[in-house]
Design a protein around this ligand. Structure first.
Ligand SMILES: [Zn+2]
Length: 677
C-alpha cells in the first residue's frame, strides 16, 4: 500500500505525477457532443488566440471546484475516480466472499476497511520493530536493523533495490541511492525563504506529534523531533537535487562492495547485505558516492540515541496510513493539508482501494481489464501507436538540423521501441504473499517485503522487459529509457483520452498526444542519451548534440517564464524532458491524424477537424490546484502544470495559429517558436 516499491526518479518518464492526497466526486455526465469533445468545458467568452487553455477548459474549471479532499482536481483525477469506482465494486464483492483468486484482494481490502480493529490494536503491531531499534547499542549495530526496516520498505538513510545496469541494460544490478528524508526533496531542507522555513517548523512539529503518539514522553518529543530534523538535514546536504538527478551520468557510479565499504567505513555493508537476504553482489550502482560519504560521517558524528529516534520516526511515518486514526489524521494534517492544501481526508474506501491497488495491483487489475478494456480498444490503440511511430520516422528523416549519420542511429532506436498496451501478457504471481483477514498492518508489511524481495531477486539476472511499472487501472503512461519501451495502462485508454465513439480528431488530439509524448521521451534531453537497447551510450555526433541542446534551450527559456504560483516560476531545466515530450508528442499526433484515412467531417459541433484536434488535446489538461500543491509541484515535479502544458505547446505550432486564424502578434503565437522534434 502506502509505500510503492523503491522508485528511482530517473527510471521511468510518466505522463503526469501521481498524487497521494486528495480525491474527488464522480463527474456528471453531460449529453454527448457529436465529436466527443466536452462542449460544456469551453469558455466561449475567451479568445483561443489569447489563452487557449482558458478557451478549452475555462468553463470546466469554473464548474468543477476542487473537492475538499483534493489538493488538485483535473481530468486525470476525474478518470482515476471513475476507475476506482469499478475497483470498489470488485473489492466489495471479493471482501464479501474471499475465495480462490480473490482471497488476497478481498481480505486485504476488508482488513484495511476495518478501522475499529486497527484502532483497537494501537501501535502494538510495531512493537517487535521498536524492540529491535531499542536494542541497538552503537552505530556498528545499525546494519541489521536498517536491513529489517528496508525489507518493509521503510527507507531509512538510503534506498536499496535493483535496476538495469545503465551501461548494459540487458542485466539487472543492485543499486544504492540517496534517501531517508521525510520531506519531498533535498532542497526542502536547505531553502532559506520564509515559506520554506515555515514549512520546516511545521514538519518538526509533526515529527514530534507522531513520536508522542507512538509513546514518547510529550516533554521529550519536541526535542527528539529536532534531532530527527538535524539528521535528515545532514542527509539532504549530501544529496543531489531533483534537477541534477535527471542527468543519468550524475547518478551512475558502478562500484564493488569493497569500494562502497571504503566510502562508508562507518556502516557494515556485508551485514546489511546478509540482513536483506541479497543474492551475491559483485558490483552495484552507488548513484551518488558523495551522499554515502556524508551518510558515513553522519553515523560517526551523531549520538546513537538520536539515530534510534530517527529510525523510530521513519518507521512510524512509513506505517502511518495503516495505523490507528490518530496517526492517520496527524499524517494528513502535515502531508495532506500543510504540504498540498487538501482540506479533508479522503473517505476510507478510496484510500483502501488505492492501497490494495498499490500492493496487489496485478491481481486487482485483472478484474479491471475484464470490465473496462476490450480487445477493440487494444487494437485501436495499437494502430494509433504504429501511425505515430511512422510519423516520427518521417519527422526524423525530414529534420533540417540533424546530419544523416545521427538520423540513421535515431531511426534504429525508433524501430527498436516496443509497445505495451493495456496490461501485462503475464500476470504477477502473488502466491508467496500471505494476506490475513484482520491484520491490516501485517498485510501491508508482508506485501512490502514481498515486493522488496522480488526486486532483490532480479540482481544479476536478465532484464524482464515484459514487466510493468504501473498497474492496469492507472491513469498514466510511461517510457522506460533502459528498456526502450512505451507503456499505456488500460486505465488511461478511456474517455476523455480515448473513446471508440469519438471523432478521430479528438482521439488523436487526446490519446494520440499521450502516445506521442511517451515516444518522444526516447529522444528528449534524457532519453536521447540511451541507445536502442537501453544502454547509456552516446550515439550523437558532437555537431548534432549541440544542435539539439541549442533547440532544447529554447524550451528551457520558454517554460521558465510560466508562473506556477505567486511569484514562483516553473523550473525550465527540471521540466525540459516533459516539455520536449509534450511538444514533440502533439506534433506527431497531428501528423498521424492528417495522414489517416479516417473520415474528417468538415464541421462537427461547429469546429473544423484541426480545431477539434487541438481542443481534444487541450481538454485532457483541464485542472486546478491549491496554492500549496502548486508550489510543491513546481519545486519537485518534472511536469509543467496543465495551463503551461497546453499554451506552451500550441503557441509553438504554426498549425494551431492557422486552425484558429490567430493573428501573427496574438499571445498564442510565440515570436520564437521552439521545436526539437
Ligand atoms: Zn512524460
Amino acid at each position: 500500500m502506502k509505500r510503492v516499491a523503491y522508485a528511482f526518479a530517473f527510471v521511468v518518464c510518466p505522463l503526469a505525477v501521481a498524487l497521494t492526497y486528495g480525491q474527488q466526486k464522480t463527474a456528471e455526465s453531460a449529453p454527448r457532443s457529436q465529436s466527443g469533445l466536452e462542449l460544456s468545458a469551453i469558455d466561449r467568452s475567451a479568445d483561443p488566440c489569447t489563452d487557449f487553455y482558458q478557451y478549452a477548459c475555462g468553463a470546466w474549471v469554473a464548474n468543477n471546484p476542487i473537492p475538499p479532499d483534493r489538493s488538485r482536481w483535473g481530468r486525470f483525477d476525474e478518470l482515476q475516480d471513475h476507475n476506482n469506482e469499478i475497483l470498489r465494486k470488485v473489492l466489495d464483492a471479493a471482501a464479501a466472499s474471499p475465495s480462490g483468486d480473490n482471497q488476497k484482494i478481498g481480505d486485504y481490502y476488508a482488513s484495511c476497511m476495518d478501522e475499529s480493529a486497527i484502532n483497537a490494536k494501537g501501535v502494538a503491531p510495531l512493537a517487535p520493530l521498536f524492540s529491535k531499534i531499542d536494542a541497538v547499542k552503537s552505530a556498528a549495530d545499525l546494519a541489521p536493523v536498517v536491513a529489517a526496516l528496508h525489507t518493509l520498505q521503510v527507507n531509512v538513510l538510503f534506498g536499496f533495490g535493483s535496476e538495469a545496469d545503465f551501461k548494459d541494460a540487458s542485466l539487472q544490478m543492485a543499486i544504492a541511492d540517496q534517501g531517508g528524508m521525510g520531506l519531498p526533496e533535498r532542497d526542502y531542507y536547505l531553502r532559506t525563504d520564509d515559506k520554506s522555513a515555515a514549512l520546516r517548523t511545521q514538519y518538526v512539529a509533526h515529527v514530534g506529534k507522531m513520536l508522542a503518539l507512538a509513546g514518547a514522553p510529550p516533554d521529550q518529543a519536541a526535542g527528539a523531533a529536532q534531532k530527527v530534523m538535524a539528521i535528515e538535514t545532514a542527509l539532504a546536504k549530501g544529496a543531489l537535487d531533483v534537477t541534477t538527478r535527471r542527468d543519468p551520468t550524475k547518478v551512475y557510479h558502478k562500484l564493488t562492495p569493497p569500494e562502497l565499504q571504503a566510502l562508508t567505513p562507518q556502516f557494515q555493508w556485508q551485514k546489511y547485505f546478509e540482513g536483506i537476504g541479497a543474492p551475491p553482489i559483485y558490483a552495484l550502482n552507488v548513484t551518488e558516492p558523495d551522499f554515502f560519504k556524508a551518510m558515513g560521517q553522519l553515523l560517526a558524528s551523531t549520538p546513537i540515541d538520536d539515530l534510534k529516534t530517527y529510525l523510530r520516526w521513519q518507521l512510524i511515518h512509513s506505517s502511518a496510513v495503516i495505523l490507528p486514526a490518530a496517526f492517520v489524521n496527524e499524517n494528513f494534517a502535515f502531508y495532506g493539508k500543510a504540504l498540498t492544501g487538501a482540506q479533508e481526508l479522503r473517505p476510507r474506501w478510496k484510500r483502501c482501494v488505492q492501497y490494495t491497488n498499490g500492493d496487489l495491483g496485478e491481481a486487482l487489475g485483472q478484474a479491471f481489464v475484464k470490465d473496462a478494456f476490450g480487445p477493440e480498444a487494444k487494437a485501436d490503440t495499437l494502430k494509433m501507436v504504429h501511425e505515430i511511430e511512422s510519423a516520427l520516422d518521417k519527422d526524423i528523416q525530414s529534420l533540417s538540423w540533424m546530419t544523416p549519420k545521427t538520423k540513421e542511429e535515431a531511426l534504429v532506436k525508433l524501430h527498436a521501441v516496443s509497445d505495451k498496451i493495456g496490461y501485462p501478457d503475464k500476470w504477477r504471481d502473488y502466491s508467496a504473499l500471505t494476506i490475513v483477514r484482520g491484520d491490516a498492518l501485517g498485510n501491508s508489511e508482508r506485501a512490502n517485503a514481498f515486493e522488496f524481495h522480488r526486486q532483490l531477486a532480479k540482481i544479476g539476472k536478465p532484464t524482464d522487459k515484459t514487466e510493468w511499472e504501473m498497474t492496469p487501472p492507472t491513469v498514466n503512461a510511461y517510457y522506460n529509457p533502459l528498456e526502450n519501451n512505451i507503456n499505456f495502462p488500460a486505465g488511461i485508454l478511456q474517455p476523455p483520452f480515448y473513446n471508440a465513439k469519438n471523432d478521430p480528431a479528438v482521439n488523436y488530439g487526446a490519446a494520440g498526444a499521450v502516445v506521442g509524448h511517451e515516444l518522444t521521451h526516447g529522444f528528449d534531453d534524457q532519453g536521447r542519451q540511451f541507445d536502442s537497447r537501453g544502454n547509456l551510450k552516446d550515439w550523437w555526433t558532437p555537431q548534432d548534440a549541440s544542435a539539439f541542446t541549442e533547440r532544447a534551450q529554447c524550451f528551457v527559456n520558454e517554460y521558465s517564464n510560466f508562473t506556477a504560483v505567486d511569484d514562483l516560476k516553473l523550473n525550465g531545466k527540471l521540466t525540459l524532458g516533459e516539455n520536449t515530450a509534450d511538444n514533440g508528442g502533439l506534433r506527431l499526433a497531428l501528423m498521424a491524424y492528417m495522414a489517416t484515412t479516417a473520415t474528417k467531417p468538415a464541421t462537427l459541433d461547429g469546429f473544423t477537424p484541426e480545431q477539434r484536434f487541438f481542443l481534444g488535446f487541450g481538454q485532457i489538461w483541464c485542472e486546478h490546484s491549491r496554492p500549496e500543491i502548486a508550489r510543491m509541484l513546481a519545486q519537485t515535479d518534472p511536469h509543467s502544470p496543465g495551463k503551461a502544458r497546453v499554451n506552451g505547446v500550441v503557441s509553438n505550432m504554426p498549425e494551431f495559429a492557422k486552425a484558429f486564424s490567430c493573428k501573427a502578434d496574438a499571445p498564442m503565437v510565440r515570436q520564437t517558436q521552439c521545436r526539437v522534434w
